[in-house]
Design a protein around this ligand. Structure first.
Ligand code: SF4
Length: 173
């Protein structure tokens, strides 16, 4: 019903903020397919907001990762998670359950800070296994690599696997 009301205004941009969070799994798939169909048939631009990052990837051309209200990475959907450079993006995907794949999360330790009183420097530093003094001193500037943007002083090396990142995180804990 909310989707029909929004479309009655003939928008060019549709913001779908957690559109399936309260729905049964069977209905959820129908709504997601409906949104994809509407986007294609009506030529809509769509911003799809969700904590379900695997669904975000399926629904999107580009994926934006936010932490404590800040954009920390933006990449083509087919570049994540394997080519994601921000530690939080990699940790998020590693912890997202799939139907067939087992969950093997990169361990994150340390407190989740308040969004209204974030720590100095990089807001993810209290939980990040790659954090050092530079991360506490200054918020990383945006770094561009083609169409890929990330904000991190020590980005995940290109080609690093989740298993390697899990080992690194376990060594730091
Ligand atoms: S800037 Fe530092 S703390 Fe922040 S994500 Fe990068 S390595 Fe981790």
């Amino acid at each position: 019903m909310a989707i029909a009301r929004a479309l009655a205004l003939r928008p060019r941009l549709l913001v779908a903020d957690e559109p399936t969070s309260a729905l049964d799994v069977s209905v959820r798939a129908q709504i997601l397919n409906l949104l994809l169909d509407l986007r294609s048939r009506l030529g809509l631009a769509m911003v799809f907001v969700s904590h379900d990052i695997k669904t975000v990837r399926r629904m999107s051309d580009r994926v934006v990762t936010m932490y404590l209200g800040r954009i920390v990475e933006e990449a083509a959907a087919d570049a994540v998670p394997a080519r994601a450079r921000h530690p939080y993006t990699r940790a998020l995907f590693s912890a997202a359950p799939g139907l067939l794949s087992p969950i093997d999360p990169i361990p994150l330790e340390g407190p989740v800070p308040s969004a209204t009183r974030p720590p100095s420097g990089c807001p993810f530093r209290t939980r990040c296994w790659r954090a050092d003094d530079a991360c506490a001193a200054e918020m990383p500037a945006p770094h561009r690599d083609g169409g890929h943007l990330f904000r991190c002083h020590h980005p995940v090396p290109k080609g690093a696997t989740d298993l390697e990142l899990i080992d690194q995180a376990q060594e730091r804990s």
